[in-house]
Write a protein that binds this ligand. Structure first.
Ligand code: SF4
Length: 316
């Protein structure tokens, strides 16, 4: 693994709602090294997708900074901004909604090439053919329309579109959540193959830990706009420290019936509180089975508990 290609420092994205402020992303910090995959996980509404969209500058940040290749993304202009737009691409969750139904697959995949003036005529056609091949489709598919494809194939088209301008970094925002379970592994395997072949770096966003297990080098767990735990993937699965991570892991079924019968399930009470009025102290305290009086008073700092294993919890 190389140097950090992305550094997120104290990132905030707040939205004014009614008379209040929705703190969708609140003081998020992490970095991703060149060639690494960081899985970002949390229940719906935890801010993970907003974080992805703020990092790629679909949203302006409310505070903090995002450094990509050492440059502050939210201050880029002109040529530097153009370079950034080419270097970082996004694959979206819903392959049904994210592909324009009136465009052919060839035009969809070539969007970036056209926008950046990278290929025309025969060269453009060849490039589209190569990209479709790279994602397991073929050049004859270029003349068809999205509705002629299955969900998994549409996500492959979305991936080909993201790859067209040769980015070095891809934010995959729940790329497999809308797909059948039988197809999910195929898309994950494709992303891993493309990463090996092209040296890509990924931020892989998902709502459950089972989905990021195979692809992630490290995993960050988010709750109410904040990271509550961050560790190497193996470590996080074997020794989760934060009670929220422990509960998420306990919800994943284990294929061995003997182990499955014996292990303890942690059922979380209630829903995620509204980010419009987060609880005092630890944001997880209203659902935490281990909450103590101290948890209502002060926010636990996000700190390194063991080497390269961070968590925000008063138990440590
Ligand atoms: Fe639970 Fe307290 Fe730890 Fe929060 S700080 S996760 S409420 S034990």
């Amino acid at each position: 693994m190389g140097e950090p290609i992305l550094q997120v420092r104290g990132l905030k994205k707040h939205f004014p709602v009614g008379g209040g402020m929705l703190r969708a992303v609140d003081d998020l910090s992490f970095s991703i090294r060149q060639g690494e995959t960081l899985g970002l996980v949390g229940e719906s509404g935890c801010g993970k997708s907003t974080a992805g969209r703020t990092i790629i500058r679909l949203y302006e940040a409310t505070g903090g900074e995002v450094l990509f290749e050492g440059r502050n993304v939210h201050r880029l202009k002109d040529k530097e901004l153009m370079h950034f737009r080419r270097s970082m691409q996004m694959v979206f969750q819903d392959p049904y909604a994210s592909l324009n139904p009136r465009m052919t697959v060839g035009s969809i995949v070539a969007e970036g090439l056209d926008l950046h003036g990278l290929a025309k005529g025969r060269q453009r056609k060849e490039r589209v053919g190569e990209l479709l091949h790279a994602v397991g489709l073929n050049e004859e598919h270029a003349g068809r329309f999205p509705h002629e494809f299955s969900g998994g194939q549409r996500q492959r088209i979305g991936i080909a579109r993201a790859l067209a301008i040769e980015p070095s970094f891809i934010i995959a925002d729940e790329p497999i959540s809308a797909l059948d379970v039988s197809v999910q592994a195929q898309v994950v395997n494709l992303l891993m193959k493309l990463q090996r072949e092209r040296g890509l770096t990924y931020l892989f966003i998902a709502h459950d830990l089972a989905m990021v297990k195979h692809i992630s080098d490290r995993i960050g767990v988010m709750y109410l706009g904040k990271l509550v735990e961050l560790a190497d993937a193996d470590r996080l699965y074997k020794e989760p420290l934060h009670p929220y991570t422990q509960s998420l892991l306990s919800a994943i079924p284990i294929p061995d019936p003997a182990v499955e019968r014996q292990r303890e399930r942690i059922i979380l009470q209630g829903d995620v509180p509204s980010p419009l009025s987060p609880p005092s102290g630890c944001p997880f305290r209203t659902r935490c089975p281990k909450a103590m009086p101290q948890c209502a008073e002060t926010m636990p700092p996000f700190k390194e508990i063991e080497p390269n294993h961070y968590a925000a919890c008063h138990l440590y």
